[in-house]
Design a protein around this ligand. Structure first.
Ligand SMILES: Cc1cc2nc3c(=O)[nH]c(=O)nc-3n(C[C@H](O)[C@H](O)[C@H](O)COP(=O)(O)OP(=O)(O)OC[C@H]3O[C@@H](n4cnc5c(N)ncnc54)[C@H](O)[C@@H]3O)c2cc1C
Length: 460
């Protein structure tokens, strides 16, 4: 009988546990335990219902094109609970000099693939529009080393594109900065396109054509009817309660002659293998004794924190808010808000027809201090900035604030080299595998894939 410990009961750890359970049910002689330091499983997947509104405290959806989350839902038998974003209403605004400007049509992530809308928009200055037009003839370029996303985008489109698009988009997704995040780790497709096509615009257009041919446009984002927590609950529901150890913070994961010892509280237990599925910087101290070098590499993966604030309003406000999914705020605008989602438009059934639900994001790598503020102070900042941006003066019917400390991994320039070193060090420790958002993707589907890959690695 092989015994495996999983440390961390977020989506990465739960996906690993379910993959192990599938193997156990298929007849493999396996036992496993999931240690979670907190009182509940799911990590940052956390959903609340307030006055008929479905509030996501952490992730609200996942990218449909990444198959691992939907595949897990199918294996869990909750495929019928999957929903898509309301893409007919998919417009996103950028705050430019205090006004919301819609992102031009044809923009894929931050790359213009249609010239006319990019030239007609008020989002870009004449100089950037000229760069967009010229970019079409950008020559193919092989890059040897890594660079920041900001440097790559600036080379193609100039600094304004970084300020107005790349930086706010990365702040929204990673809580990070274009000048710090690694192009190879965060946007590997851009690096490939640059080496194959030169122009990112032409590369994206080619990719878009391929997608259109193979699929008739599935929604960009998928989620679950009951919110993202429904996925964690389905996983927990399929695992035996005996294997789920909540309120069990692990202090150390140490090697022993024939396996591993996991110490949690006053108890230690022996295992043949361990999957450490915590954030990388939380994995570092656990593995310090097993390998100081590994711990040091893990510690070097930095994390940013974020705050989400959900505000519910009545029918009158709903009628006055812009159409579309929400807006992003470039740093230059001098606000603490990074982005806001109009949830009632993105996932209409998440708010009754007479409610507006606005979800705001603050924090990120530039504003860790916001986490120290009281809920009341954060609410005042959010309300004042929504008043400035949207003219929204109404008193919210309800407000919920959630803090996520060190939750978003920052893949800094050189991240892939660091991963290689980490993987080399892990290989020297048979029976150890790592999973989580610190390594090869921060999104929910990537985390699920990481948990499943960790199981594969241990049992192959
Ligand atoms: C506000 C926010 C919005 C996001 N939005 C999206 C989105 O819309 N779409 C998307 O795809 N992704 C999104 N993400 C990213 C994605 O949700 C996360 O990367 C992913 O859920 C991380 O899962 P995880 O299991 O790796 O880590 P976590 O959820 O952080 O779970 C790790 C678990 O390990 C536990 N733990 C830590 N140390 C120990 C220890 N010593 N012993 C035992 N347990 C321990 C923690 O308590 C925690 O429960 C968002 C993230 C945040 C914070």
């Amino acid at each position: 009988m092989k015994r495996i410990a999983i440390v961390g009961g977020g989506i990465s750890g739960l996906a690993a546990a379910f993959a192990l359970d599938e193997r156990r049910r298929a007849g493999e002689a396996l036992q496993f335990v999931v240690y979670e330091s907190g009182p509940r499983f799911g990590g940052v997947l956390f959903t609340e219902q307030v006055e008929g509104c479905l509030i996501e405290a952490g992730p609200d959806s996942f990218l449909t094109e990444k198959p691992w989350a939907a595949d897990l839902c199918r294996r869990l038998g909750i495929e019928d609970q999957l929903i898509g974003s309301n893409d007919g209403d998919r417009k996103t605004y950028i705050l430019v000099k205090g006004r919301l400007v819609p992102m031009p049509d044809g923009l894929m992530f931050m790359v213009p693939t249609e010239l006319a809308p990019a030239l007609l928009t008020t989002l870009f200055s004449a100089a950037t529009k000229l760069r967009v037009a010229r970019e079409w003839w950008y020559p193919a370029r092989q890059s040897n080393g890594d660079e920041s996303v900001g440097a790559l985008v600036e080379r193609h489109y100039g600094a304004e594109m970084v300020d107005r698009l790349a930086d706010p988009l990365l702040a929204g997704v990673y809580g990070g900065e274009a000048s710090q995040l690694s192009a190879r780790a965060v946007l590997p497709r851009f690096v490939e396109m640059e080496s194959k096509y030169g122009s990112l615009g032409r590369g994206m257009l080619a990719a878009r054509k391929n997608i259109r041919q193979s699929q008739p446009g599935p929604p960009i984002f998928s989620s679950l009817k009951g919110g993202m927590q429904q996925l964690a609950e389905a996983l927990v529901g399929r695992l035996s309660p005996d294997v789920l150890r909540a309120n069990s913070p692990v202090q150390a994961v140490q090697r022993q002659d024939r396996g591993w010892v996991v110490s949690a509280g006053y108890a230690s237990d022996q295992f043949d293998g361990v999957i450490v599925a915590t954030p990388a910087n939380a994995a570092a101290p656990l593995l310090e004794i097993a390998s100081a070098d590994l711990a040091s590499e893990l510690r070097a993966i930095s994390y940013s924190s974020s705050v989400t604030v959900a505000l519910g309003f009545g029918r009158d406000v709903r009628a006055t808010l812009p159409a579309g999914f929400g807006f992003l705020v470039p740093r230059r605008e001098g606000k603490r808000l990074l982005a806001a989602t109009f949830v009632h438009n993105k996932f209409p059934h998440r708010a009754p027809i007479d409610r507006a639900l606005v979800r705001c994001f603050l924090g990120g790598s530039r504003d860790d201090q916001v986490l120290q503020l009281s809920d009341q102070d954060i609410l005042e900042i959010v309300r004042e900035e929504l008043r400035q941006i949207l003219g929204l003066k109404a008193e919210p019917l309800f407000a919920r604030t959630f803090r996520w400390r060190s939750a978003m991994a920052q893949y800094a320039v050189g991240h892939l080299d660091r991963l290689q070193r980490i993987e080399g060090l892990v290989k020297q420790l048979p029976g150890l595998a790592l999973a989580g958002n610190g390594y090869r993707g921060i999104g929910v589907p990537d985390c699920i894939r990481s948990g499943e890959a960790a199981v594969q690695q241990l049992l192959s």
